[in-house]
Design a protein around this ligand. Structure first.
Ligand code: ADP
Ligand code: ZN
Length: 221
């Protein structure tokens, strides 16, 4: 394995993207760039962006392309991303964002776009039972028998139900995904950079499929 990579992980919310991105970022030794985490950090810091983003996120809507592209452009210009690469999680989410990203990455193009494919019914179920550590972002699954208050095993932070994981917001996010994000699959298929990975399997098996897809895409053909 050669360290360094420029990767995008697409997929429905709740497909297990977050966890797989953390593993991929360790495996390829690249920063994990999650636009959702960046926005949640802004919300915690109470910046102007954070105040605006909180409103949008709580409704399950999308922050405007202009703002998101600005954030990502800035982050990808940092030395770690320039020298080693990155794994992008949660971006692009619209064709407009993908077009802007093509321009940003024209000098150092993306190696491969991975689509983590999990059907809508399955993610709906996973999202309603999802709980997240407020401090480190580790995901948990609520099964109704957990001890409260719920403390994160990784960092000791509070494990909470995300404000935007209400049934209404989840349904809205999944609709937006079909409308705005799923066209990206055709977008990347057209220029031959897409690898579809079946995400219905154990986390270890899915991780193996993802790394295999990256290695296959990097092999000179
Ligand atoms: P999930 O974990 O549900 O996939 P994320 O953590 O990626 O969601 O993002 C949470 C919220 O942040 C989204 O519902 C959306 O409001 C906002 N957001 C994140 N990334 C983007 C983006 N690229 N474009 C627009 N909005 C975004
Ligand atoms: Zn934690």
């Amino acid at each position: 394995m050669i360290p360094g990579a420029r990767l995008i992980l697409l997929g429905r919310q709740g497909a297990g993207k977050g966890t797989q991105c953390v593993r991929l970022s360790r495996h390829f030794v690249v920063p994990h760039i999650s636009t959702g985490d960046m926005l949640r950090a802004a919300v915690r810091e109470g910046t102007e962006l954070g105040v605006m983003a909180k409103r949008v996120m709580d409704e399950g809507g999308l922050v405007t392309d202009d703002i998101m592209v600005g954030l990502v452009r800035e982050r990808l210009s940092q030395p770690d991303a320039v020298s080693r690469g990155y794994i992008l999680d949660g971006f692009p989410r619209t064709v407009g964002q993908a077009q802007a990203l093509d321009e940003i990455t024209a000098v150092r193009p993306i190696d491969v776009v991975l689509d983590l494919d999990v059907p809508r019914d399955l993610v709906l179920h996973r999202l309603t039972s999802r709980r997240v550590c407020r401090d480190c972002g580790t995901n948990y699954v609520a099964d109704g028998v957990e001890k409260l208050p719920w403390i994160c095993e990784v960092c000791g932070g509070d494990v909470m139900h995300r404000d935007d994981d209400t049934p209404e917001a989840i349904a809205h996010r999944l609709d937006l995904y079909e409308e705005q994000t799923s066209p990206l699959i055709q977008y990347y298929q057209r220029n031959g950079r897409l690898a579809i990975v079946d995400g219905v399997a154990s986390p270890d098996e899915v991780f193996r499929r993802l790394t295999d897809a990256v290695e296959a895409a990097r092999r000179p053909s």
